[in-house]
Design a protein around this ligand. Structure first.
Ligand code: ZN
Length: 578
């Protein structure tokens, strides 16, 4: 854990620069490491080689993060794009070197001693990594990265004509979630017309990706991309059958509850039938919005973290001091929010697209959770432990969204209670959507020969199962089964989605505990972040005193308690007009 006082060693984000590594030079270093590892007489000597290798991996990982961050900040900049292309070409070549060394470590006669020193989790992750790669797929990985970048650039370049202005996707989203129904409808019409206009490209990119990913899994001797996808996600302590059982529980226990929440929402909005353009809005006054601009938000956030915990306070002042936040929407910037990190400096970076809506606060607290965990894990003995696997990472982010609840007055004033109710409602409503996205991807990769039209049918099956209230009416693109094409993960992070649902089941447990004892919940949260990725998902969750989402009855219990609390909040809000 780097001391905040040491942050002077960390360059300001604007000055961060890492030269692209020369492949031959890196290959020679790997060759030397392999030779030393083979010749090492004892576990100590082998450990020294692993530590040096880890330093090299941290450097390459930081270079990759920085190159991709710069591209996302300015997708229309030729230099950034060229650097990203070079990075995407080199990454699979470095992966080949890395996998070769991982194989050597896994086969080492000193494996037991090494696992005792480094922890068993690294070995489980490396087992997963070596099964997900062969040199035969190297060129396929380069092509895959190119297709993913094409999708990101296409969406980042969207200009949508709306009421005399040209808007990008985050900007139009604000109108699509505003208080006036007619405006929301008009904004959705404009947004989805852009998708109709680009359907050929969106279909082609995804079709190419599905075929490419399927062909890679065949080359690795796997039945379908589902197997490869799970290995690339490094799911080492649960499998596709566990996920399928979890999805069934969402379908049976959460969907009916979500349907009643949608009915209540329609009643509150005073509409006979909820349409797609109503779904994001929870009452006729519109959603609460943060009451200041970007600079004001950052100042409020600092005060909030100062009041919460000394570790959060020093973390956030370091982030501001070092310029590790890029939160405002700009043309050419890619859509969405994410957190990345630079292991060589031990600091994270938060990327967002603020548009003045409540989502700014949600994205900000979410990404701050990721960033805080990364910062607290800076001193882990292996790069593999700096982040845990994705579903664990999402516990850090989604839990912080709830643990910051008592401070929402700082952003929303008198509307904080309304924000909390919306947030909790959305947390339940998210589970069916997230599950639909996951189930869809399983179906897509189980039938890789399906046509784009057949994939639209598959998505519509998912909507009927998990989102039966959904009505697109005259929005032609989603009405024909194309909604999923705006879900970035489906294109660029396959199978990264159920992670949010698993994590939500854990984050809600943090929320339940925080209502009983806020300080204890926050201390447990900080301790979980300090543990980094040394354990697999279910062990990490249990280490924080939570139940695994795969435990019998836990989803029903968590969702039931959340629903009860929503009933109480709804009663309070109607009395107090909050
Ligand atoms: Zn996240």
């Amino acid at each position: 854990m780097p001391d905040p006082a040491d942050s002077l060693r960390v360059p300001h984000a604007n000055d961060m620069k890492i030269d692209a590594p020369a492949f031959e030079e890196i290959a020679a270093r790997y060759q030397a490491l392999e030779a030393r590892f083979t010749a090492a007489p004892d576990p100590e000597a082998r450990l020294a080689v692993i530590q040096e290798w880890d330093g090299l991996r941290c450097h390459l990982d930081s270079w990759r993060s920085l190159t991709h961050l710069r591209f996302n900040q300015k997708t229309d900049d030729r230099e950034h794009r060229a650097a990203r292309e070079r990075c995407d070409e080199l990454t699979p070549r470095f992966q080949r070197l890395d996998v070769s060394l991982k194989r050597m470590v896994l086969a080492s006669p000193h494996r037991k001693d090494l696992a005792r020193r480094l922890g068993a989790q690294a070995f489980a992750l490396w087992e997963s990594d070596v099964m997900a790669f062969e040199p035969a797929i190297e060129e396929d990985l380069v092509r895959e990265a190119r297709l993913e970048a094409e999708y990101v650039e296409l969406l980042a370049g969207a200009r949508i004509r709306f009421r005399g202005e040209d808007l990008n996707l985050p900007e139009i989203r604000r109108f699509a979630t505003g208080p006036e129904r007619a405006t929301r409808h008009e904004a959705e019409q404009a947004r989805w017309t852009w998708f109709t206009d680009h359907q050929t490209d969106l279909d082609r990119i995804f079709d190419d990706l599905v075929h490419l990913r399927t062909s890679m899994s065949k080359k690795l001797g796997l039945a379908s991309y589902v197997d490869l996808g799970y290995r690339r996600m490094q799911r080492v302590d649960y499998d596709a059958a566990d996920v399928a059982r979890f999805r069934d529980q969402v379908r049976d226990q959460v969907v009916p509850l979500a349907a009643t929440l949608r009915q209540r929402q329609a009643a509150r909005l005073g509409v006979e039938r909820l349409c797609f353009w109503d779904e994001a809005v929870h009452d006729p006054r519109g959603n609460p919005e943060p009451q200041g601009d970007h600079a004001w938000m950052l100042a409020q956030a600092q005060e909030m973290f100062d009041a919460m915990h000394p570790d959060l306070a020093s973390f956030f002042s370091m982030m501001r001091d070092r310029g590790l936040l890029d939160l405002q929407a700009r043309d050419g910037k890619s859509d969405g929010g994410f957190c990345t990190g630079f292991p060589i400096w031990g600091v994270p970076f938060i990327f967002g697209n603020f548009n003045g809506s409540k989502a700014d606060v949600e994205v900000f607290t979410h990404e701050s959770g990721h960033a805080f965990q990364f910062y607290r894990s800076g001193d882990m003995e292996l790069l593999d432990y700096v982040w845990p696997t994705a579903e664990s990472c999402e516990v850090h982010s989604m839990a912080l969204e709830f643990l910051t609840w008592p401070h929402m007055e700082r952003f929303f004033g008198d509307h904080a209670e309304r924000f909390r109710r919306n947030h909790l409602t959305d947390s339940l409503l998210f589970l069916p959507y997230g599950t639909a996205v996951d189930h869809f991807q399983h179906l897509v990769y189980e039938s890789p020969g399906a046509s784009p039209d057949e994939r639209r049918d598959l998505w519509q099956q998912m909507e009927r199962t998990y989102l039966p209230w959904r009505r697109y009416r005259d929005l032609a693109h989603p009405a024909a089964g194309g909604f999923w094409q705006l879900q970035r993960h489906i294109y660029i992070n396959p199978f990264y989605y159920i992670d949010y649902c698993l994590a939500q089941t854990c984050a809600l447990q943090f929320w339940i505990r925080s209502r009983q004892d806020a300080d204890a919940a926050l201390n447990d949260y900080v301790a979980l972040c300090n543990r980094g990725g040394r354990l697999p998902f279910q062990s990490l969750v249990r280490s924080a005193g939570l139940a695994s989402p795969f435990d019998e009855g836990i989803l029903a219990s968590v969702v039931g308690q959340t629903h009860d609390a929503l009933e109480t909040l709804a009663a309070t809000c109607s009395r107090e007009r909050c």
